[in-house]
Design a protein around this ligand. Structure first.
Ligand code: UDP
Length: 484
């Protein structure tokens, strides 16, 4: 695919749970529009992302300079997965310091292409990038990689904190999320049917367009960390799953950056062993484990691996999307990170939720109480005991009425997610339409800028689909198309 002058800049936060869906969206946008997609990140991550880009894609990778040590972060910092919670907080606080370097990246692009990018799609943690986008008259949108409802709750809590008027130790972090209010729109990796309340919240509170364009999925996730071993791990997992009966395997994973505490790990291991069920468990050393001495899986119960041999597979990083879409997988025990939830639901799989931080608690609550595809295992900072975990594994993996209901609901959502992305001559799904509307708004902004702030000399603003607007910008400025 050749590089075009029309350029969309994408800038995800330094976390796998953000980079993976951003890459998924980048590939979708490139395929749909043929524009150049410029993917910006810190040098350490750009090196890792380079081999993930398929040969058919011309996604351009651009480094933004970042010295982790200058911000009290480990010198080899790449993404949040290596950071303890306190340093994660430091990373959020560091976010606005990237602004001058980001401005320089955009300014260089403007010089190179002779025009500003059509649009800057930034992470929700880089809300400040809206100022840079508007300085160059580029359209700005936030791609929210969390669900609509959970993000709405976050936003509301955040905005109301100052009203507590206490001597609280809470302090505002510049750039999040006040700057969201100035953005030209918001993209969400969701659909209206599962996140309506949250999406409506943003429409009302921020008053900008909100486009649910989900599900955005990326099989690049399996390679994001496994690197050269990704292929052999995938083959091994598929072979292992092929040997198991349909819907008999519980997949257990907690995303890219969380691991249960040492005591929670023991409870979980005890329950998985007692269940007698097949399982794949993505297990990395608990972050604060005293037994993490690099000497085998010292944080697991003694003899665990021998006892579960043949029915339990332990991995450090899994080809998650491929495992979830295998017919032998029956349910997902997850931290309920949003990408994991979407990946589970697109495969019609119910969720056992063990949320650990941030939006994961909100997501688990919504999935349990509203969507009814989930059982929550622990709330707040409490840990789930092995008996409770064992019972819920039985509910969801066994032949129970509740388990069946959850699976039916999950399959209903799978259907809705599939419909939303349909794009053929007779039917366009809601997410396809939302993506078209987003691109029309981006291109309308370009025409407005070229036309002294006006879209047309007369007539309405959004009367054209993005294909007509694209032709317009590429030079077919016939008056009939312009409506003049
Ligand atoms: N992931 C993966 N293999 C793993 C763990 C995670 O491919 O072993 C991918 C997963 O498919 C998802 C992302 O990493 O796309 C994790 O995002 P999520 O929002 O679920 O959690 P986070 O890492 O942000 O907490």
């Amino acid at each position: 695919m050749a590089e075009t002058k029309e350029n969309i800049v994408m800038f995800p936060f330094m976390a796998q749970g953000h980079i993976i869906p951003f890459l998924g969206l980048a590939l979708e946008l490139e395929k749909k529009t043929g524009y150049t997609i410029t993917f910006v990140n810190i040098p350490q991550n750009i090196k890792k992302i380079q081999p993930l880009i398929p040969p058919t894609s011309a996604i351009r990778l651009l480094e933004i300079p970042f010295d982790p040590s200058a911000h009290g972060l480990p010198p080899n910092f790449e993404t949040t997965e290596s950071l303890p919670p306190l340093l994660m907080l430091r990373l959020f606080i560091t976010s606005p310091s990237l602004q001058p370097a980001f401005r320089k990246v955009i300014s260089d692009l403007v010089h190179e292409h002779g025009q500003p990018p059509l649009c800057i799609i930034s992470d929700m943690f880089f809300g400040w990038s809206v100022k840079v986008a508007h300085e160059f008259s580029a359209f700005h949108t936030i791609f929210n990689v969390g669900g609509g409802n959970a993000m709405a709750l976050f936003h509301s809590i955040w905005l109301n904190l100052p009203h507590k008027k206490t001597k609280s130790e809470e302090f505002p972090i510049p750039g999040f999320p006040e700057d969201w209010l100035e953005s030209d729109g918001m993209l969400f990796n969701t659909i209206e049917e599962i996140d309506h309340v949250g999406l409506e919240y943003f429409r009302q509170q921020i008053g900008c367009p909100v486009w649910p364009i989900g599900p955005i999925l990326s099989s690049l996730g399996s390679k994001a960390r496994a690197g050269d071993e990704a292929e052999s791990t995938l083959n091994h997992c598929m072979k292992w799953l092929d040997s198991k009966p349909e819907k008999s395997v519980l997949y257990v994973a907690f995303g890219s950056q969380m691991q249960p505490s040492p005591s929670q790990t023991i409870e979980l291991a005890t329950a998985l062993e007692a269940s007698g069920r097949n399982f794949i468990w993505v297990i990395r050393p608990p972050k604060n484990s005293a037994t993490n001495n690099g000497n085998g899986n010292g944080w697991l119960p003694s003899g665990f691996e021998q006892r579960i041999h043949g029915r339990g597979l332990l991995l450090e990083w899994a080809p998650q999307l491929e495992i979830l879409s295998h017919k032998s997988t029956g349910a997902f025990l997850s931290h309920s990170g949003w990408n994991s939830v979407v990946e589970s639901l697109i495969n019609g799989l119910p969720v056992l939720a063990l949320p650990m931080m941030g939006d994961q608690h909100f997501i688990a609550k919504m999935l349990e109480e509203e969507t009814e595809v989930c059982i929550g295992l622990a709330s707040g900072s409490s840990e789930a005991k092995y008996k409770e975990i064992l019972e819920t594994i039985e509910v969801v993996m066994g032949e129970t009425i509740k388990g069946k209901d959850m699976k039916t609901k999950a399959c209903e959502i799978k259907y809705l997610l599939g419909e939303a992305k349909k794009d053929n001559k007779i039917f366009k799904g809601a997410s396809t339409k939302a993506m078209d509307e987003f691109l029309s708004a981006v291109l309308s902004n370009v025409i407005k800028s070229q036309n002294g702030g006006r879209m047309f000399s007369s007539g309405g603003e959004f009367g054209f689909d993005f294909h007509s607007l694209m032709k317009l910008i590429r030079g077919d400025q016939s008056s009939s198309v312009l409506g003049m």
